[in-house]
Ligand binder design. Sequence first.
Ligand SMILES: NC(=O)c1ccc[n+]([C@@H]2O[C@H](COP(=O)([O-])OP(=O)(O)OC[C@H]3O[C@@H](n4cnc5c(N)ncnc54)[C@H](OP(=O)(O)O)[C@@H]3O)[C@@H](O)[C@H]2O)c1
Length: 241
Amino acid sequence: MAPLTGKVAVVTGGSRGIGLAVARALLERGADVAITGTSADNLRTAQADLQRTAADRHVLALRADVRRYEEVEEAIGAVASRLGGIDILVNNAGVGIFRRVADMARKDWHTVIDTNLTGVFHCCHATLPHLKARGGGWIVNVSSLASTNPFQEAAAYCASKAGLNAFSEALMQEVRHDGVRVAYVMPGSVRTEFSGRSPGDDQWKLAPEDVAQVVTDLIAHPSRSLPSRVEIRPSRPPKKR
Ligand SMILES: NC(=O)c1ccc[n+]([C@@H]2O[C@H](COP(=O)([O-])OP(=O)(O)OC[C@H]3O[C@@H](n4cnc5c(N)ncnc54)[C@H](OP(=O)(O)O)[C@@H]3O)[C@@H](O)[C@H]2O)c1
């Protein structure tokens, strides 16, 4: 039997990029999966694509902006009632707006922090009761190497991901005795449409599937162990001259 048969996973930002690859990998390992995002069109396309991967599995696609607690609470409640509970939450939804601090509009600052940090709090807060009701589960947060390697024109993004690391470690200590394991993954550059990029560029970058493999490997660990932080980077980036 596939290792995640009978498990239910929620992947935020599961309509594109890394989240879509994570959703597919979880389905391939037997889980039922719910994805969220803000664009109904992207969600529809992703749901059809995922359902082709696993016709015998449930694939829910729910519009929910992680910045809005009411939308998150409604989506998480719908997953739990339609699929019978929740075992795995992958907080992947994220945005990057890259400007010098002096040039950054305050609304852009709030968009980055509200999505990448407060959005994760919203999803954890709404999902934890469901994980505890199942006797435990997993929360995997998708951070970034930018969290520990800040660079210019990325203050909001780096701060949001550094905050996410601290949030993850504090939460990990709060809930591990309830059987809920919390980990965060820090990828380097991944080939996606993140921040308006073209995914065809830069073949040296990680593929979304590489990050998805880390997530499923984490979840496969025996219940006595908790690998709580993983860095993954391209093995052969362009050489610095
Ligand atoms: N690509 C990289 O190089 C890289 C490196 C390190 C870490 N990461 C992190 O990996 C995660 C995924 O990035 P990606 O590269 O896969 O980006 P992506 O291709 O742009 O996908 C982002 C996903 O998040 C969703 N999303 C954005 N804002 C949202 C919101 N407010 N509420 C709900 N969903 C929202 C998007 O759906 P809609 O557009 O429909 O809302 C989409 O499904 C992010 O947290 C990012 O910071 C990326």
